[in-house]
Design a protein around this ligand. Structure first.
Ligand code: BG6
Length: 481
């Protein structure tokens, strides 16, 4: 029976805005995430067009990877990482997004980071844009609503491809691009919030604008992929989707059809375009029913066709249920909620834990596209307590990851071509949805708290040693002893 391939890419995942800090160092400009306040499960994180006095903006210091990268990468190497997923902060390279010349100090920082990885045989996996659109583009263009962002993004790609061509092979064009199919996506993903001040969930929704902005991202992504394929044949280009697996709440055909409909527009729509190179048939009806008309320029369809990705990546944290006439209790989730599944338990943040759903999802994706697949985010956000001796016994995290890895192994045995696994927040970092530190995912504990205090000291959790063993045995030994 098949198991994980020999060259399986074990590692961990992060994003610049959630862990680098140094938000205005060495010429960096503000991104959408830098304009976001801290929050919590009950007190929503907000975006503000100007910084408010006395308010904490957690990305500004985060866990200060900018000044700790050597130490952090050494810890990843100690765990045995084969790959490390990180994003480049666009605003380190082009501070407002509109410059024609890049910022050398920003480029030099990632040279140092990639060199530190390579020295330890860690393959960087780079997300080009992970909720880090320059705020300058929001102010000038209302974000991706304007087609001008395509050129700004392509210029950024040309710069980083040329600079890092010998250091980076794996690239993802946009993090969770399908966030733009949801109203919440207008803040962090699409940046269509010029002048808006308020919670992420509360931004005025304009589906016409949202899908037009998404179209600009599809064209930008395809242009980046096409450029890479033409000029850098050694590159492997991937998409990145948020996968919110959905089950019909009952076997009532109404629920089944409704689930299929929601699966299409939430989970499949973006990757159908990025992998297959054209808008899918079902989008037409959705657009008609929702008054959406996507304006394309001549040549756009050819670009989409020519810019299809080499591998499929996704984040997987939870699943939910769907009913035509919801009469069941609602649940929370990554970017979107749904109905509670009576067979599943949930995290403290209400995300339903569903390891078998990962096997199911991997099979669905591979059956649909037939290209290599990678799980580039997965994990348990939890409140960790430090014991008197400084240790963190995070058995709950080990349990969560173990069950998911077991199901990935099943999927590999089913025949899915699974390339790798980078659990989210391999080192504690700022939460994207709530802006808090208290929601920790890491194998490495960082002494940093919601009020902004902390020494930033790093320490190994119990899961650190467990994951080290998992990698050493290529996933054969998952026991927690
Ligand atoms: C994904 C994002 O949606 O989920 C990450 O790509 C994010 O940026 C992760 O941090 C976990 O979500 P959260 O809200 O718990 O940080």
């Amino acid at each position: 029976m098949k198991t994980f391939r020999e060259d399986f890419l074990w590692g961990g995942a992060t994003a610049a805005n959630q862990f680098e800090g140094a938000w205005d160092a060495d010429g960096k400009g503000p991104s959408v995430s830098d304009m976001c306040t801290s929050g919590s499960y009950t007190n929503p994180k907000r975006i503000t067009p100007v910084f408010e006095e006395g308010v904490l903006y957690p990305s500004h210091e985060a866990i200060d990877f900018y000044h700790h990268y050597e130490e952090d990468i050494a810890l990843f190497a100690e765990m045995g990482f084969k790959t490390f997923r990180l994003s480049i902060a666009w605003t380190r390279i082009f501070p407002t997004g509109t410059e024609t010349e890049p910022n050398e100090a920003g480029l030099a920082f990632y040279d140092r980071v990639f060199d530190a990885c390579r020295k330890r045989n860690i393959e960087p996996l780079v997300t080009i844009s992970h909720y880090e659109m320059p705020y300058g583009l929001v102010e000038k263009y209302n974000g991706w609503a304007d087609r001008a962002c395509i050129d700004a993004y392509v210029r950024y790609c040309e710069t980083i491809f040329a600079r890092y061509q010998d250091k980076v092979k794996y690239w993802l064009t946009f993090n969770e691009i399908n966030m733009g199919t949801l109203p919440m996506g207008s803040v962090l993903s699409l940046g269509t919030v010029k002048g808006y001040s308020g919670p992420l969930m509360g931004a005025p929704d304009n589906p016409q604008e949202r899908f037009q902005a998404l179209h600009h991202q599809f064209v930008a992504s395809a242009k980046a992929v096409r450029l890479a394929h033409e000029k850098y044949p050694q590159f492997k280009m991937g998409n990145m989707s948020l996968f919110a697996t959905m089950y019909p709440y009952t076997c009532n055909p109404d629920d089944v059809v409704e689930t299929q409909r929601q699966m299409q527009m939430t989970n499949w729509f973006c990757s159908d375009i990025q992998v297959r190179g054209a808008y899918p048939y079902y989008a037409q009806r959705y657009f008609e029913e929702n008054g959406i008309e996507v304006r394309m320029e001549p040549g756009d369809e050819a670009i989409l066709r020519e810019g299809t990705v080499d591998f499929y990546t996704f984040s997987y944290y939870m699943s939910n249920c769907v009913a035509k006439n919801p009469a069941a209790e609602e649940t929370s989730g990554n970017g979107l909620g749904g109905l509670k599944n009576p067979y599943l338990e949930a995290s403290d943040w209400g995300w339903q834990i569903d390891p078998k759903g990962l096997r199911y999802t991997l099979n669905e994706i591979y059956a649909r596209y037939g290209i290599p697949v990678m799980v580039v985010e997965n994990g348990l956000g939890a409140r960790d307590e430090k014991a008197e001796d400084g240790s963190v016994n995070d058995d709950y995290r080990i349990e969560y990851l173990k069950k998911h890895i077991e199901q990935m192994r099943e999927a590999a045995a089913d025949g899915v071509d699974l390339m790798g696994y980078t659990p989210w927040g391999c080192i504690d970092l700022v939460s994207a949805s709530t802006g808090e530190m208290a929601k920790r995912y890491g194998f490495i504990y960082v002494d940093k708290y919601d009020d902004g205090t902390g020494t930033l000291e790093r320490s190994r959790k119990k899961s650190f040693y467990w994951y080290q063993k998992v990698i050493r045995t290529n996933g054969a030994d998952l026991e927690n002893e």
